[in-house]
Design a protein around this ligand. Structure first.
Ligand SMILES: Cc1cc2nc3c(=O)[nH]c(=O)nc-3n(C[C@H](O)[C@H](O)[C@H](O)COP(=O)(O)OP(=O)(O)OC[C@H]3O[C@@H](n4cnc5c(N)ncnc54)[C@H](O)[C@@H]3O)c2cc1C
Length: 474
């Protein structure tokens, strides 16, 4: 029997759930990647993410070559391409790991329907996260909307689950009559025109990064994770996004590191708890697909966002006159990645200081992040805007100057990304009056934080009151 594994956000051969299932039932197989129109929808997709994806695909293809197999890449909608290929190659089993977004779910349903209609079998598994939304329920059977109880329930479930690797030791062979398959023209064109990614793609690169992180930085992760000036976090987000490393492997190897050396315990615990944020936002999206369209908390539907185009442009260009904000945006534009603390600061600044709709920031991030992930991106933005499930309260507004002083104390991060401020003394970087005089080509702050804080508090309060009145039918 012949099988086809449709690779999506699981670009690896190791510890891949649906692929392991396929290996158990077929004698011959090959891998497939579908370059769907949505994936290459420039400019709504990050070119850096696309370039990282192509590097991951090259790596996967090389790994398949090494075991005498092939990765077939086709372009077009999966709903038509997959049944056609299965028919052409007499393949009777399709496997894939399921997606979370409403788009992925509905596309998958169409693919399953047409493959099953043709009399073939589909093997579908959960692989991208350890637990899906349905796995983590309160004692009353309801889904969690607050992180801490979710995390506690998550760990309880994890401790009761079997984590042994179920990958079969025997791999089926390649499809003998596969013959030459043309590389889609669009893939060749894009590859020739994209710049090389700032982060190395592929399974080996992910494993190397994990080893390096678990070798030392993780032991200080609980202390350093908020410091953008240090290399204190794993930078595995883009690998987890494309599945070049398995989330189960990350847990397993980190727990082994903590077991081997007790000094690693606090750092590892904190790191794994961060990975559970990823599971949490994934579950929130699964349970509430509507979050992709608007506020989770309906009371904030009454917010009157100012959406000042000049403010938004200044933010997008990293020219707000707030050095920590500008450094973050410039890091994103230059590398396709931004430190988590800085993501929180720039998102708070856009939504609270500039009273700009979080959906604009969410889209901008998605257009630039290599790790751009609908669930985590939406969760992060709604958290910062105080409109989400487990959001920061609306009255807690980040002060960019204080954040900058606390988390980038020597100003190294700012100086690295804001060229105009490269020679500025640290005492000038964290204060509005000094920052303005720093360099003739660096902008003065576009707003006054104290005034904007007051305006945001008033607007959030007004929106809540309007909502209460509407609820009471006033
Ligand atoms: C406004 C905003 C937007 C964000 N958008 C994304 C996004 O599109 N994709 C994305 O992967 N993360 C997103 N995050 C979460 C977080 O910023 C990144 O996961 C993290 O910075 C990646 O760096 P790292 O791999 O070094 O993380 P580490 O600190 O090493 O953490 C390990 C892993 O845990 C997960 N993680 C950590 N923090 C979070 C979090 N708050 N939410 C969800 N997962 C988390 C990530 O998979 C990360 O790789 C966003 C956060 C905010 C505030």
């Amino acid at each position: 029997m012949r099988g086809l594994h449709w690779f999506r956000n699981d670009l690896r051969l190791e510890d891949n759930r649906a692929l392991a299932d396929l290996f158990r039932v077929v004698d011959e197989w090959c891998g497939l990647f579908v370059l769907e129109p949505r994936l290459v929808d420039i400019p709504s997709v990050s070119l850096k993410r696309l370039s990282f994806l192509f590097e991951c695909l090259d790596d996967l293809s090389n790994n398949l070559d090494q075991v005498g197999n092939r990765l077939v890449v086709v372009d077009g909608p999966a709903e038509t391409q997959i049944p056609q290929l299965m028919h052409k190659l007499s393949i009777s089993v399709l496997s894939f790991n399921e997606g979370t977004t409403p788009f992925a779910k509905s596309r998958d349903q169409s693919v399953i329907a047409s493959v099953e209609k043709a009399g073939h079998r589909v093997l579908k598994r959960r692989d991208h996260v350890i637990f899906s939304a349905a796995d983590i329920r309160s004692s009353k059977g309801s889904a969690y909307s607050v992180y801490t109880p979710y995390r506690n329930a998550w760990w309880k479930k994890y401790s009761l689950s079997d984590h042994s690797d179920t990958t079969p030791s025997k791999r089926p062979g390649p499809i003998t009559s596969l013959g030459p398959v043309d590389t889609p023209k669009i893939l060749i064109h894009l590859k020739n025109n994209l710049e090389r990614p700032a982060f190395k793609g592929g399974h080996q690169a992910a494993q190397d990064r994990l080893n390096q992180f678990l070798n030392k930085p993780v032991s200080l992760y609980h202390q350093n994770r908020d410091r953008p000036d240090l290399d204190g976090t794993s930078r595995l987000s883009m690998h987890l996004r494309f599945g070049t490393i398995s989330i189960r492997e990350c847990f397993k190897q980190a727990m082994e590191a903590a077991h081997t050396d007790p000094c690693y315990k606090s750092g590892v615990q904190q790191w794994l708890d961060e990975l559970i944020w990823r599971e949490f936002y994934n579950a929130i999206l699964e349970e509430n697909p509507r979050v992709l369209q608007g506020n989770y908390r309906q009371e904030y539907n009454y917010l009157n966002w100012q959406n000042n185009p000049d403010h938004f442009s200044a933010w997008c260009e990293g020219r707000t006159g707030f050095p920590i904000v500008d450094a973050g945006i410039r890091q994103l534009l230059s590398t396709g990645w931004m430190h988590n603390r800085i993501r929180m600061i720039v998102a708070s600044f856009l939504t609270k200081d500039l009273l700009t709709d979080w959906k604009l920031g969410e889209r901008f991030f998605f257009e630039h992040l290599v790790d751009g992930d609908p669930a985590s991106n939406n969760g992060g933005w709604q958290w910062a805007a105080s409109t989400g499930t487990d959001a920061q309260p609306y009255f807690r507004i980040f002060n960019p100057w204080k954040q900058s002083e606390r988390w980038d104390p020597k100003g190294d991060y700012i100086r690295r990304w804001v060229a105009e401020l490269r020679d500025a003394p640290v005492s000038h970087l964290h204060s509005p009056t000094s920052a303005a005089q720093l360099a003739s080509d660096y902008p003065t702050p576009i707003v006054d934080h104290a005034n904007r804080r007051t305006a945001a508090l008033m607007e959030y309060r007004r929106a809540r009151e309007q909502n209460s009145e509407a609820q009471q039918g006033v």
